[in-house]
Ligand binder design. Structure first.
Ligand SMILES: Nc1ncnc2c1ncn2[C@@H]1O[C@H](COP(=O)(O)OP(=O)(O)OP(=O)(O)O)[C@@H](O)[C@H]1O
Length: 317
């Protein structure tokens, strides 16, 4: 029997597949999310994020493979999974005339949260999501940001240990995004395990312990953002700042076999080096031997957008 003191991964996908006709929405995806960590699930439109999250959340069945929440199969043990899991879908149907308090109360009752515990839980969720001042406001009058808070509140109402959040930041203004990020950080600091999806790597990079990049149903890379970045790094981007001598430097560097994409403007030179430390040191020596006054000689990290574009192909299905 799987007891409460499960010590394995909080979330696990095992060779998960889901096809819709000829579309491989999820194609043999496996990964684990350790308890208490935040995992970012990143991919373009139609990549298969929602489908895999819905399978984990017991709302969809896979064609093959399995999905587990704290060791319980979402396919074979959905009732127990639901008790441990809070799911925030990417769009949620609300009843416009219902107010926030009624809405959350309804879901608390559905989860069997009863008596004083329900009152306590409702108060906590209202307070945490900042909905306490809007408790009696009909849902149809809420802004997008407040609706998202309500949806997060609904996912938290039964105090689950695992949260699955499907694009919670979509459509939010910058302030609402920052506030949402803070709430997610707080939940993570309290020890909840969080799987969160987005189209945008930069949006999640800061708050995730690890990310997985998915496209056309296939998981292309997993790891920390730094691990993925360094795995991809075949070239180094170099930025040189000189005091004069840019034209001379360009002349010297242009024929070098390790130098690529060379460009210069005013006192700045940018280029890529194919190679490692030896080539980087040699190129600096070429410049200093030619008595070019080098102020800065730095490697520049690729932007996260570049990392994302390198991994994905931009194909949709
Ligand atoms: N019920 C369905 N019937 C047919 N095709 C579906 C169904 N659900 C999803 N798909 C297809 O499966 C693929 C994956 O869709 P999914 O919604 O999982 O992707 P996603 O990564 O969440 O995309 P988005 O970021 O746009 O929400 C898409 O090609 C989609 O059209």
């Amino acid at each position: 029997m799987i007891a409460k003191q499960w010590s394995g991964p909080a979330i696990e996908l095992q060779n998960l597949c889901r096809t819709f006709g000829s579309t491989h929405a999820v194609n043999n995806v496996s990964f684990v999310v350790p308890a208490g960590s935040v995992f970012g699930y990143i991919g373009p439109n139609g990549a298969g994020k929602t489908t895999s999250m819905r399978i984990l959340a017991t709302l969809e069945l896979p064609t093959s493979g399995d999905a587990f929440i704290e060791g319980l199969s979402s396919i074979n043990d959905p009732d127990r999974v639901r008790g441990r899991l809070g799911f925030m879908p990417d769009g949620f149907g609300t009843y416009g005339d219902t107010n926030c308090a009624e809405y959350l109360d309804f879901f608390a009752r559905s989860y069997g949260v009863i008596g004083r515990q329900r009152t306590r839980r409702l108060r906590w969720v209202m307070d945490f999501t900042g909905l306490d001042k809007l408790a009696y406001k009909p849902i149809r009058g809420l802004s997008k940001g407040m609706k998202q808070r309500l949806c997060l509140g609904r996912a938290l109402i039964h105090d689950p240990s695992v949260l699955i959040l499907d694009e919670p930041a979509a459509g939010l203004d910058p302030r609402a995004r920052i506030e949402l990020r803070q709430m997610i950080r707080t939940l993570a600091a309290e020890g909840k395990t969080i799987l969160i999806s987005s189209h945008i790597l930069t949006e999640l990079a800061e708050m995730c312990d690890r990310v997985g990049i998915i496209e056309q149903g296939c998981l292309l890379a997993t790891g920390t953002v730094e691990e993925i970045r360094s795995r991809l790094r075949k070239t180094r981007n170099i930025l040189v700042r000189t005091v004069g001598g840019v034209e001379q430097a360009l002349e010297l560097l242009r024929p070098h076999p390790a130098v690529d994409q060379l460009e210069g403007e005013r006192d700045l030179i940018r280029f890529h080096i194919h190679g490692g430390d030896a080539e980087q040191v040699e190129i600096l020596r070429i410049l200093t031997d030619a008595r070019i006054d080098v102020l800065d000689y730095a490697t520049v990290d690729e932007s996260l957008e570049d990392v994302f574009l390198q991994i994905t192909q931009g194909n949709v299905q």
